[in-house]
Design a protein around this ligand. Sequence first.
Ligand SMILES: *Cc1c(COP(=O)(O)O)cnc(C)c1O
Length: 236
Amino acid sequence: MSIQENVARIRADIEKAAIAAGRDPKEIQLCAATKMNDAENVRQAIAAGVDCSGENRVQELTQKLSENAYQGAPVHFIGHLQTNKVKQVVGKVDLIQSVDRPKLLQCIQEEAARQGIVQDILLEINIGEEESKSGFSRSDILPLVEKMADFPNVRVRGLMAIPPICEDPGGNDKFFLEIRNLAVDITEKKYDNVSVDILSMGMSGDYADAIRCGSTMIRVGTAIFGARNYDTSHQK
Ligand SMILES: *Cc1c(COP(=O)(O)O)cnc(C)c1O
């Protein structure tokens, strides 16, 4: 299957899942998770109509930016971001989806202020409370968004979550629904610098479930590009 065929099939799935849930398919954006794919693959995905690209590693982001790989669609950062690399990401991407700790939020604020911009972000939630994953816990979020007026160069656009790995269909629904309920709580309270229009949840294995549970942005890698080759000796 070509990238174009894969994107078309995923679009059809999005439409089906949205309609079954009584939602407008246009509410759901398709973000291509582009890690370990070269500029040519990224260009093909954008030509096939993905809404945005999501990059995991700063080095890959910088490389592909220099190749104009993301031209024609927004680019997001979706990976774990070290504070010493914040300068290479703030102002370079439309949205940082993976803001997962207070120190990173503070560094993004400082760098955005230095550049004189407002950086859009999502707050990443470690919804399964897994040791191996980064992210705020659910209970951190309300106290944090209450303080967002202290971060004038950062605008929260929503929430991002990576639930535990789960093979059963519907197995992560409870987590997706928790995120959705949290978004409703935040919206009702109307905080400064905070909106929750974007709920970034759902990947290749569970995007239909995530859409049924309220996702507005799915991040899809394997189902667009095929399996990633983790053998670094072949990495370009
Ligand atoms: C790789 C990745 C994805 C996509 O995963 P697939 O299972 O290949 O669709 C989504 N989100 C993040 C943060 C990722 O790193």
